[in-house]
Write a protein that binds this ligand. Sequence first.
Ligand code: RIB
Length: 307
Amino acid sequence: MAGWVVVVGSINVDLTVQVSRLPRPGETVVNGTLTRSGGGKSANQACAAARFGATTRFVGAVGDDAMADEALDSIAAAGIDVSRCIRLAGTPTAVALIMVDVAGENQIAVASGANGVLDGAAVAAALTDLEPPPGSALLLALEVSDPVVVAAAQWAAARGMTIVVDPAPARPLPPELLATHPIVKPNQTEAFQLTGERTAQAAAAALHARTGAPVIVTLGAGGAMLFDPGHGGPDHLPSPRVETIDATGAGDALTGILAACLASGAPVRAALSWAVTGAALSTLGNGARGALPTRPEVGLLMGMVTG
Ligand code: RIB
């Protein structure tokens, strides 16, 4: 059964240069190839959830420049409802400058534009009459301000929704967000930054102590670790080996698929198993959304029969 996923957060236009190797500080690398595509961690996550079959709604902000429609169209084309998005006058749409090397590794810098100007009151107003069905999930990342994240989390908590937070880029999580008991899903670097710990398990335990909810630490090509003391574990879910072309947005794919599975009623471990496999498949194309898999495609790789 397809569930509802509501995504509140960032939407960017990605300008990506494929290079033979990433430049060091102060160095110039030439002969790259430029591509331009939709991006932003939250918008990417919305696309991953929608591609996986979730009924997906996105709330975020664009500016009033030429890139605004390009950014919104890139997710509306994926079947995502963008009717609650906000256009901010006198503000540029966010742009990410990305470099990707031949191994698929990247460097990213974001001009936050409208993402950084969006405020919590506007988000609360945009969400006020939205009533998702029971079991729905809210997805949050940190390319928008704390008041935005808190407003969305409190809206979701009041409706009994499952809240998933991708703490990227990492910064301290506000107490009002922790009080909504979100599933927090950092990568290993972010987990260390958030907790000061030096192992994935210790960092997950520290985050669990703050949220009382399952914690997922993603390990890149190593898969992910689920820390959920109520259900055994810690549990390591390995990733299938693939020939990565571009790892940009792999974490976003994982988060979007995780939310889609949770919203369709899957337990956290099963949802993460789908998400880890889907994230690996998402690296087989260029760009953050270049190879987002469908549920049957992921099921095929997992050796499962899907409906
Ligand atoms: O996670 C990848 C995303 O990070 C890119 O799409 C870029 O826009 C940045 O937000």
